[in-house]
Design a protein around this ligand. Structure first.
Ligand code: NDP
Ligand code: 2IT
Length: 445
C-alpha cells in the first residue's frame, strides 16, 4: 500500500462517520501521490499526517431565546485547521445540515484554496446547525450575538478571521461584529465581509461569483472559447450564484436557469437579475415567486433537475454533492463543455470523473471559488493599513489573482506529469506545496 493511501486509511478510521471530510481528504491526497514520489522529505517530516489533523477543533453551545420566549439551543463550531502560512481564515455556515464532518471538509479545502490565492492566510471554517429560514430579524440578531459571545475568545485579527458562507451574509456579519466590539471594546478586522460603513471592502460581496467567472473565462481562453454568447446554468440563488450570474451576463452570456433548495427557474429569455437580487437580498423569498413577475418562465419543484437544462457552461453554486454522476452525464450529452464550481465540492467524485473523461473544462471549487476568500484577504490588508481601495482597484487585484490561480494550477499539473487541463490535481498540488514548505520550515509543530 502506498504511503498516501495509508495516511488516508488512517484519517478515515480516526474520523469515523464524517463522510464529507473523507471525500475531501481522499480527493486531495490521491492527487499528491506523484509529489511524494519526487519529494520524499515531506514524508519524513510527517507533513501529510499533520495536514489531515486540525490544529484545533472548537464546539460550543449556543443558547438563545426565540420571539415566543422559548429557549433554543444550537451547536457552534470553529475548526482551526492549519496556520502554517497565515492566520486561520474561512467562512461561517449557518444551515441545519451543519455538523463537525461538514465543517472539517470545508476547513480542509480552505487550507489549499487559501494557499492558491497567494496571500498569507491559513485554513479554518466554522458555523452552526442554526436554520436562518423563517427566523425574524430579531431572532437572527439574538442568535448571532450568542454565537459571538463564545466565538470571540477564539478569534482575532492575527489569529483567526471568519467570514460568511451559506446562511451568513452582510446582515449576520454585522450583528456578530457589533457583539465582538462590545465584548472586547476594540474595533479590529476580526471578520471579513463587513459592511462598507465599518471596515468592509468594495467587491467582497461580488467577489466569489465574479472570481469564478474570471477564472473560467481565463480557462476557456486556453481553448479558444468564452462566456460571450454562451448559454449558462447557475445553481443556487444566494451570494455566489447572484454575482456569478451578474458577471457572466456582463461578459455576454445568457443565464437561463437558477435555483434554491425548493426548485429551479428556467427563463428562456435569460434570468432577470434585478428581480433575482430583490427577491433574495431584500425580500428573502423563495425562487418560485419569480414566475409571478415573469409568467413565461417555468418553475420546476426539484432543484437537482436543474442539470437537465441544456447549457454550454454549468456553474454549480449551491452546496456540496449537488451534481452527481447522472447529472454530469446529462450535461455532457447536452453539449456542456465547461463546468466551474462556485460552491465547495458541489460535484461528486463520480461526476468529476465524467467531466475529465469527456474533456469538459472543469474548474474545481478550491481554485475557481477562491475569489471570495482572496478578497477577504484584501479586506484584511486594507483594515491593517486603515485605508481602502476603490472598486476598480480591488476588482483588478481579484482578476489578477484568479488568472494566476488558473495558470499556477495548470502548470503544476503539467510539472507533475498530468494533462495541463487537469485542474483538479493541479490545484491540489499547487495549493499543497506552499503549505508543505512552510510546515517544513517551521519544524514539528
Ligand atoms: P447563500 O446562503 O447565499 O446561498 C446558498 C444557495 O444555495 C441558496 O440558493 C440555497 O437555497 C442553496 N442551497 C443551500 N443548501 C442547499 C441544499 N442543501 N440543497 C439545495 N440548495 C441549497 O450561500 P453562498 O452563495 O455564500 O454559498 C454557496 C456555496 O458557495 C457554498 O457551497 C459555499 O460554501 C460556497 N462558497 C461561498 C463563498 C462566499 O464568499 N460566500 C466563497 C466560496 C465558496 P435555499 O435558500 O433554499 O437554502
Ligand atoms: O468557502 C469560502 O471560501 C468562503 N466561504 C469564504 C471565506 C472567507 O474567509 O472569505
Amino acid at each position: 500500500m502506498s504511503y498516501v493511501q495509508s495516511v488516508l486509511d488512517q484519517a478515515i478510521k480516526r474520523n469515523a462517520g464524517e463522510s464529507e471530510f473523507h471525500q475531501a481528504v481522499k480527493e486531495v491526497l490521491e492527487s499528491l501521490e506523484p509529489v511524494f514520489d519526487q519529494r520524499p522529505h515531506y514524508k519524513d517530516a510527517g507533513i501529510l499526517e499533520r495536514i489531515v489533523e486540525p490544529e484545533r477543533q472548537i464546539m460550543f453551545r449556543v443558547p438563545w431565546v426565540d420571539d415566543s420566549g422559548k429557549v433554543q439551543i444550537n451547536r457552534g463550531f470553529r475548526v482551526q485547521f492549519n496556520s502554517a502560512i497565515g492566520p486561520y481564515k474561512g467562512g461561517l455556515r449557518f444551515h441545519p445540515s451543519v455538523n463537525l464532518g461538514i465543517i472539517k471538509f470545508l476547513g480542509f479545502e480552505q487550507i489549499f484554496k487559501n494557499s492558491l490565492t497567494g496571500q498569507p492566510i491559513g485554513g479554518g471554517k466554522g458555523g452552526s446547525d442554526f436554520d436562518p429560514k423563517g427566523k425574524s430579524d430579531n431572532e437572527i440578531m439574538k442568535f448571532c450575538q450568542s454565537f459571538m459571545t463564545e466565538l470571540y475568545r477564539h478569534i482575532g485579527a492575527d489569529t483567526d478571521v471568519p467570514a460568511g458562507d451559506i446562511g451568513v451574509g452582510g446582515r449576520e456579519i454585522g450583528y456578530m461584529y457589533g457583539q465582538y466590539k462590545r465584548i472586547r471594546n476594540s474595533f479590529e478586522g476580526i471578520l471579513t465581509g463587513k459592511g462598507l460603513t465599518y471596515g468592509g471592502s468594495l467587491v467582497r460581496t461580488e467577489a466569489t461569483g465574479y472570481g469564478l467567472v474570471y477564472f473560467m473565462e481565463e480557462a476557456l481562453k486556453s481553448k479558444g472559447q468564452s462566456f460571450n454568447g454562451a448559454t449558462v446554468v447557475v445553481s443556487g440563488s444566494g451570494n455566489v450564484s447572484i454575482y456569478a450570474t451578474e458577471k457572466a451576463q456582463q461578459l455576454g452570456a445568457k443565464v437561463v436557469a437558477v435555483s434554491d433548495s425548493c426548485g429551479y427557474i428556467y427563463d428562456k429569455n435569460g434570468i432577470d437579475l434585478a428581480l433575482l437580487k430583490k427577491m433574495k437580498e431584500v425580500d428573502r423569498c423563495r425562487i418560485h415567486e419569480y414566475v409571478k413577475q415573469h409568467p413565461h418562465a417555468e418553475f420546476h419543484d426539484s432543484c437537482g433537475d436543474i442539470w437537465n437544462v441544456p447549457c454550454d457552461i454549468a456553474l454549480p453554486c449551491a452546496t456540496q454533492n449537488e451534481l452527481d454522476e447522472q447529472a454530469a452525464k446529462t450535461l455532457v450529452a447536452n453539449g456542456c463543455y465547461a463546468v466551474g464550481e462556485g460552491a465547495n465540492m458541489p460535484s461528486t467524485p463520480e461526476a468529476v470523473k465524467v467531466f475529465l473523461a469527456n474533456n469538459v473544462l472543469f474548474g474545481p471549487g478550491k481554485a475557481a471559488n477562491a475569489g471570495g476568500v482572496a478578497t477577504s484577504a484584501l479586506e484584511m490588508a486594507q483594515n491593517s493599513m486603515r485605508y481602502s481601495w476603490t472598486f476598480e482597484e480591488v476588482d483588478a487585484k481579484l482578476k489578477d489573482i484568479m488568472i494566476n490561480i488558473y495558470r499556477n494550477s495548470s502548470s503544476a499539473a503539467k510539472e507533475f506529469g498530468f494533462d495541463q487541463n487537469n485542474l483538479v490535481v493541479g490545484a491540489n498540488i499547487a495549493g499543497f506545496l506552499k503549505v508543505a514548505d512552510a510546515m517544513m520550515a517551521q519544524g514539528v509543530v
